[in-house]
Design a protein around this ligand. Sequence first.
Ligand SMILES: Cc1cc2nc3c(=O)[nH]c(=O)nc-3n(C[C@H](O)[C@H](O)[C@H](O)COP(=O)(O)OP(=O)(O)OC[C@H]3O[C@@H](n4cnc5c(N)ncnc54)[C@H](O)[C@@H]3O)c2cc1C
Length: 373
Amino acid sequence: MNSKLDLVVVGAGIVGLSMAFAAVRRGKTVLIVERNSKAIGASIRNFGFITVSGQKEGQQWERARRSREIWEDVAKEAGIEVLHTGLVMPAYRAEAEAVMEAFLATPMGEDCGRLTPAQALQHVPCIRQDGMRAALWSPHELRVESREALPKIAAWLEQRHGVAFQWNTAVTAIDGTKIVTSRGVIEAQACIVCPGDDFSTLFPERIAAVNPSICSLQMLRVMPDQPIRFGAAVMSDMSYGRYEGFADLAPARALCDRLDSELGEMRSEGIHLISVQSADGSLVVGDSHVYGDAPEPFAKERIDHLVMEAFDQIFDLPSRKVVSRWCGTYASASNPVMIDEPADNVRLVIVTSGSGASTGFALGEQVVEELFA
Ligand SMILES: Cc1cc2nc3c(=O)[nH]c(=O)nc-3n(C[C@H](O)[C@H](O)[C@H](O)COP(=O)(O)OP(=O)(O)OC[C@H]3O[C@@H](n4cnc5c(N)ncnc54)[C@H](O)[C@@H]3O)c2cc1C
């Protein structure tokens, strides 16, 4: 194995790929070591929803803005289709409208605007107008099909930027410049560990210090009977009470109280509605959030039912069928990101807030710049 490597990245999810991209842009030689034969973790199970509005104010929101810029370039260069842009977020409750207005008054709302129900309908033809007070329009968001985008980014990094990949190889220990793997030892100047929600293989005691949990989510793919074209991603009242960029605003307290009293079961399963569209016209719909110290192995039909109930509250699309279901997990902790230095020239990077697709590229720039300063 190459003894002149500048950097070994552990993990070929979006966070690992982002670290590798930032490093090759600085002229570094990079090898990515991945336990599986391809990425199969959170990075290919998500919505592919690159979200800016709703990210926590400050560094997270800044990272999402920067990542979105990079995504746009990467998508063009790697041949990834951007399926739609922007976000429509209707407010059906007065309390949700108050959060929307408070958001629009912050610097984060600067490029965003307020839509009438009729304008929202122009973006998303089946959105329910009855009871809608207004909708937020955010221009920032991008939607890609992650299960196709991830392999394309990996192939593009390999072919265009010379990143090497070692698949089917687990890293079991890191000792100075020696990276011990299930297939031998690799020497490199530096190493960035991006293990996703594997808390037990590398630096378990450092990870335990942030008291992480595993968030398990249920997702569905829904096919409308009649062709319909979404012009943007859609979220709902519940998302105003969940995403910190909205939920940290003062009026969100009253919204959460109302949602708790009206939607108790949905709220206790951590359900909030996100819907985005795929190239074949199907809609990716989710999600739920259950936290624990291990991934939830058994999907609950009741949760899927509640997600579709939330879907029917927003969309007038009675003739559709669920064509696929899957579960996903991600690391969760009180801070949105863990960046640690467990040894000289080694960094441990875990997105602990379910936002790695939206923030990974900027995080890559930040970590790599500091590591090779
Ligand atoms: C259902 C769902 C929906 C989501 N929706 C969104 C969304 O719309 N927008 C958004 O921004 N985020 C979303 N997220 C969150 C986002 O997907 C994650 O934050 C992100 O994918 C984390 O990327 P990662 O590279 O850290 O983890 P992963 O994708 O899990 O990759 C980690 C990789 O490291 C490998 N690995 C671990 N340890 C080792 C080792 N010792 N040796 C070798 N390989 C190792 C694993 O095999 C794995 O491939 C969602 C997540 C889920 C589950």
